[in-house]
Ligand binder design. Structure first.
Ligand code: PLP
Length: 370
């Protein structure tokens, strides 16, 4: 008899996230130094919590409209209209996290067999979402400086390419896009009729210069962002996406038949926090970046991250990633092997969104191991 629970073929293309594994391991340890998971160590601002609690108490517990509550869409539209040309309220959709926005955009854009270009190293979800929709994730190498440039992308464009994923600042490398590179990538997308899927979830975590988006230079770009990192609320599932109206309207339909809407109380909370001052967290994170980068600079080759809260040092020559990770675990230090977010296994990802004293300890363990 055939197995009634025989899984669909697409499920076999998905492997469990190499990062979540460490998260779960951390949960089972007594007092680990957990630098494995990408979530801020600060809490949701009180004004955001209050607004969400008020929303619950005042009965805003029903479905919202699929595209997101009007005042939030309006506020997002105003925010983007300051940076980009020709933005209308209808160009914005509120989603269940940036993960939700990625899913909607992959579903709406990619046919089975289409190719989507992804910088290596990458945020793991991109590859797996491509598999879920039957598309092919084609990675392009950005080692050793992790710059995403038109010259690195161009050789991988084929007649099947539909989209390029850009993630600046990057998870896992912290690399940021320069204005010149963004301009050239925008021109490349226009030349080949491609869509840039610009994941800007770390846009508030920029330590030098300003945040640059390809959307400044082309309309062939959808912008995905959210509050998981900037407001310290990955558990609230709040994201949004900006794109051409007709595309966004198609995404409503996908959302209607999947998540329905982003959580109602979270939308009200985020609305209250959208223009909150973020400077204090930024200076804290700049200091944390310094603890890790300066601390490891003698023993590890590393590109100084310009944004996000990740460092991606290279393991010393001859060191095997799995043995290194095992040695870290033996000292209750959790970091992520580069192989979980790359086709190479030569680096480790350190999330420095952690208390300073833990970072100091981690640096000392990593230097000892090197
Ligand atoms: N994009 C990147 C680059 C991320 O690092 C993450 C989370 O780690 C996400 C998207 C998913 O964000 P969300 O929690 O808002 O779904």
């Amino acid at each position: 008899m055939a197995d009634p629970f025989k899984l669909a073929d697409r499920i076999h293309l998905l492997q469990p996230s190499g990062i979540r594994k460490f998260f779960e391991l951390g949960q089972s340890m007594k007092n680990p130094i957990d630098l494995s998971i990408g979530q801020p160590d600060f809490d949701v601002p009180d004004l955001v919590k209050d607004a969400a609690v008020n929303a619950i108490r005042s009965g805003k517990n029903r479905y919202t409209v699929t595209q997101g509550i009007e005042p939030l869409r309006k506020a997002l539209k105003e925010r983007y209209a300051k940076r980009f040309k020709g933005v209308e309220e209808e160009d914005v959709i509120v989603t269940a996290g940036v993960g939700g926005a990625l899913l909607l955009s992959f579903f709406a854009l990619l046919n089975p067999g289409d190719e989507v270009l992804i910088p290596d190293p990458y945020f793991v979800m991109y590859r797996h979402l491509a598999s879920l929709v039957g598309a092919r994730a084609v990675t392009f190498d950005t080692y050793p400086d992790f710059r995403v440039t038109a010259a690195r992308i161009a050789p991988f464009i084929t007649s099947k390419t539909r989209a390029i994923v850009i993630n600046s600042p990057s998870n896992p490398t912290g690399a940021t896009l320069s204005e010149q590179d963004a301009r050239e990538i925008a021109a490349l997308a226009e030349k080949h009729g491609l869509v840039i899927i610009s994941d800007e979830i770390y846009e508030e975590f920029i330590y030098e210069g300003r945040h640059v988006s390809c959307r400044e230079f082309t309309g062939n770009c959808i912008v995905l962002s959210g509050a998981s990192k900037s407001m310290g609320m990955p558990g609230w599932r709040m994201g949004w996406m900006l794109g051409p109206r007709e595309f966004i309207e198609r995404c409503y339909i996908v959302q209607q038949f999947t998540f329905v809407c982003a959580p109602s109380m979270a939308q009200h909370g985020v609305l209250a926090g959208l223009n909150a001052d973020f400077t204090r967290h930024l200076s804290d994170y700049r200091r944390k970046r310094e603890i890790v980068c300066a601390g490891l600079s003698k023993k590890y080759a590393m590109q100084k991250p310009g944004g996000a809260f990740y460092a991606f040092p290279r393991l010393p020559d001859g060191v095997k990633a799995d043995e290194f990770i095992k040695a870290c675990i033996a000292r209750e230090l959790l970091v992520v092997p580069g192989g979980a977010c790359s086709t190479r296994d030569t680096h480790v990802r350190i999330s420095y969104a952690a208390p300073d004293e833990k970072l100091v300890k981690a640096v000392s363990i990593l230097n000892e191991l090197a």
